[in-house]
Design a protein around this ligand. Structure first.
Ligand code: ADP
Ligand code: MG
Length: 243
């Protein structure tokens, strides 16, 4: 099993708050990891640290064997290897759907406009919104916007996709269409770290569940084991509230 994302003894504080407490975990190539835990437990901070949108105090994070630097052009290049999808879709509101999916390819991956558009249309097709390519994001439903955000991240050919509560801001009827895209992505072999409380997705697609509470990884197990027989009181308590 080849490690793709290595998080090794990572600590992070926000002032007095110890938000990541000695976090150590490894994600292997092709693995799908679901991160679950109460609000405020550090899940988003961990995702952001993996993409270096947050600095860390100590420890090491590496992607595909390369340790993340603090800054500079090397960081921009490595960051492009990590596709990020947020709860709030974060599309460029003044650009069309197609432009949203081509811009990074042209700027960071140095593709020609034609090449970028071809790839963008393939991906928009894959997530089921190719017919929306010329529209502005605001003309799309939340579920469609989130699928565009997934296509935009995929367009960079990331080595790993990080999705932080990608369905939490969606109306219930749109959750499935986004989860279906994520399940397909997982089946296609994409390495994924997904923060979500969607148990159906975890059961269908996850190889492993990481349960976080108060900045710590409290337990890691298979979805089956986690949802039926969690080993910690904190996980049992959490599950009793969400299920
Ligand atoms: P989760 O995603 O599990 O809900 P977060 O990683 O967003 O948790 O937040 C963990 C803790 O860190 C929370 O108590 C939150 O208020 C705090 N926090 C997050 N970002 C910042 C920040 N930029 N400055 C100060 N505190 C922060
Ligand atoms: Mg969060």
């Amino acid at each position: 099993m080849e490690p793709l994302v290595v998080v090794d003894h990572v600590n992070k504080h926000f002032g007095e708050l110890h938000v990541l407490k000695d976090i150590t975990t490894t994600v292997t190539r092709g693995e799908v990891v679901v991160v679950i835990g109460p609000s405020g437990s550090g899940k988003s901070t961990l995702c952001r640290a993996i993409n270096r949108l947050e600095t860390i105090d100590d420890g090491v994070i590496s992607i595909d064997g390369t340790r993340l630097p603090e800054e500079g052009s090397e960081l921009a290049r490595l960051r492009a290897d990590v596709g990020m999808v947020f709860q709030s879709f974060n599309l460029f509101s003044h650009k069309t759907v197609l432009e949203n999916v081509t811009l990074g390819q042209i700027k960071v991956r140095k593709r020609s406009k034609a090449e970028a558009e071809k790839r963008a249309m393939e991906l928009l097709e894959r997530v089921g919104v190719a017919n929306q390519a010329q529209k502005m994001p605001s003309q799309l439903s939340g579920g469609q916007q989130q699928r565009v955000a997934i296509a935009r991240a995929l367009a960079m050919d990331p080595k790993v996709m990080l999705l932080d509560e990608p369905t939490s801001a969606l109306d219930p009827e749109m959750i499935t269409e986004v989860l279906d895209v994520m399940v397909q992505l997982a089946k296609d072999g994409m390495t994924m770290i997904v923060v979500t409380h969607e148990m159906g997705f975890a059961r269908k697609a996850a190889d492993r569940v990481v349960f976080m509470a108060d900045g710590e990884i409290v337990e890691e197990s298979t979805p089956e084991q986690f949802f039926t027989a969690p080993s910690s009181d904190r996980a049992r308590d959490f599950l009793s509230k969400i299920l």
